[in-house]
Design a binder for this molecule. Structure first.
Ligand SMILES: [Zn+2]
Length: 278
């Protein structure tokens, strides 16, 4: 049956708002109201397409703000409009974390390893920048975690020091999990890539639509293949400690418009409140 165009429009604009705790801070997600228009506008932030959804008959953008972004005024661009959409970013401070690794190669890699790492990082940035506008994201109001434990081992955004040396901040959420425990998809999507990486070990990335990409690292085993369509709850692989990991756990990253944000922001308030700190 062919749907009447108007009916389709009503359906789209009635998508309920998700309950993420939006906050225009570095490492957060800003929810920015957009001017009314009959179809979803194409919105850009720092040259990247931004996720747009309907709320109360109006459009809004869910914008990932980089951890490195300083406080101050910023703006979105809309295709076909010369008006910028301004918003203000506040500063959030994240605590320090000191980690000791016996494997010094993973703190100060050799030149060969460094060139491998740079190649992998470039590929990772390209993967995080993917924007598939044909998929409606369902991952914005998660009711389940990718592992059964709700204990956080390492929060998002921590300023990290490996063997005393400053390194990149923690770009995901580490959840407690035993070696071999199943990792399941918290939302539907498509497998963007499966790879064996120097730091992240056996890794899966899922494309959940409109630039919302999630990543699962340090797996002992990968059970999906690139291009595979995934439903919420499907098995992705098994927990491990491959790559740079002090022990078995799940590192879970979430990215919007090419920017890593705190995965906790996608959880329902009840699920978020149930997480136990380390
Ligand atoms: Zn981690």
């Amino acid at each position: 049956m062919k749907q009447h165009p108007l009916l389709l429009l009503v359906t789209l604009t009635c998508i309920p708002a998700w309950s993420l705790q939006a906050d225009a801070v570095n490492g957060g997600i800003a929810l920015i109201p957009l001017p009314d228009s009959s179809i979803a506008p194409e919105v850009w932030y720092h040259g990247q397409r931004v996720l747009v959804t309907g709320h109360d008959g109006h459009w809004q953008a869910a914008v990932g703000i980089p951890l490195s972004q300083s406080a101050g005024d910023d703006y979105l661009n809309i295709t076909g409009s010369s008006n910028k959409i301004p918003f203000t970013i506040s500063h959030r401070d994240y605590p320090e974390q000191h980690i000791f690794l016996n494997n010094t190669h993973q703190v100060n890699p050799s030149p060969d390893e460094l060139s491998r790492i740079h190649g992998e990082l470039k590929q990772e940035l390209d993967d995080f920048a993917v924007f598939d506008g044909t998929v409606d994201p369902h991952a914005l109001n998660l009711t389940k975690l990718p592992v059964k434990s709700n204990q956080v081992l390492s929060a998002f955004g921590l300023k990290r020091f490996f063997n005393g040396e400053p390194r990149a901040p923690h770009s995901g959420l580490d959840l407690k999990a035993a070696e071999g425990e199943p990792v399941t998809a918290p939302a539907s999507g498509r497998v963007l890539m499966t790879r064996q990486l120097f730091f992240n070990g056996n890794t899966i990335m899922l494309d959940e639509g409109q630039g919302l990409i999630s990543m699962y690292c340090h797996l002992s085993q990968i059970s999906v293949h690139e291009g595979q369509l995934i439903q919420a709850g499907d098995l992705l692989g098994y927990v491990g400690h491959t790559g740079r990991a002090t022990g078995p756990h799940l590192h879970w990253s979430v990215s919007l418009n090419g920017v890593r944000v705190d995965p906790r922001l996608l959880l329902t308030p009840a699920l978020n409140a149930s997480l136990l700190p380390h």
